[in-house]
Design a protein around this ligand. Sequence first.
Ligand SMILES: C[S@@+](CC[C@H](N)C(=O)[O-])C[C@H]1O[C@@H](n2cnc3c(N)ncnc32)[C@H](O)[C@@H]1O
Length: 245
Amino acid sequence: MTPRRFRLFDDLAHRYDLHTPAHHYGTDHRFVLEELGRAGPRILDVGCGTGVFLEKALAQGFDAYGTDVATGMVREAAAKVGDQRVRQEAMESLAAEDAYDGICALSWVINYAADAAAARDILRRFRRALKPGGRLLIQTAHAPNMDGRVLEDREDGPDGAADDIVFLFQFTATGADTALARYVYAGKALGELAWEEHPLAVADAGLLARLCGEVGLVNTRVFGSCARDPLGRSVSPWVLAEAPA
Ligand SMILES: C[S@@+](CC[C@H](N)C(=O)[O-])C[C@H]1O[C@@H](n2cnc3c(N)ncnc32)[C@H](O)[C@@H]1O
């Protein structure tokens, strides 16, 4: 099945770091580098988006690579870390074997899988791409904890004007493990307004942990946040698993 194309990740990829700036991820990225770093330096960021994590990983001495399905995102990431580090590829097509010490998929990339069967196949590909003892870290949407509240971020505009960029978002469960993410982006100085709905699948950390077991990953753990706390009320938990040594 051909992955769906989203404007936020393609036509508006050059605005992504404006409404979702790098400082949003500070503690998350430290956690990811710590967890993946335990296995080794060669890592793959699947659905790397604009390359913010890759840039950080490279600066810390990791041999980091990224893939993303969206042309716009790959262009943005390559501008940060170079063409050699990023390639356009759907997670459904990852074919590497025994190649990485760590793989991560951050900010709900896995939830763009079509369904649980597709996610199982993707996880099997991740497992195959990991070296023995390699680590997988996935940040997933978690539908059971979504409450449909409308949330808002405001960021400085490209010319530095305070609160010029407005990003509204709402996450609503549509089933036990499916959800709908609604996004509104406004760049006031740029005169831009766009909105989009993203259906999310396998939006349940317990389901993903089970699928990890089904493809032979071991030592699977679920954390509610990068503080490694229990799942609790988190809408964006983490699933950590390992390839058998
Ligand atoms: C919410 S963004 C997160 C980007 C980045 N991981 C981050 O943390 O900023 C989701 C990313 O997943 C990518 N994506 C969606 N479907 C994908 C697929 N089938 N294969 C690979 N990447 C995909 C999108 O293009 C987008 O860059």
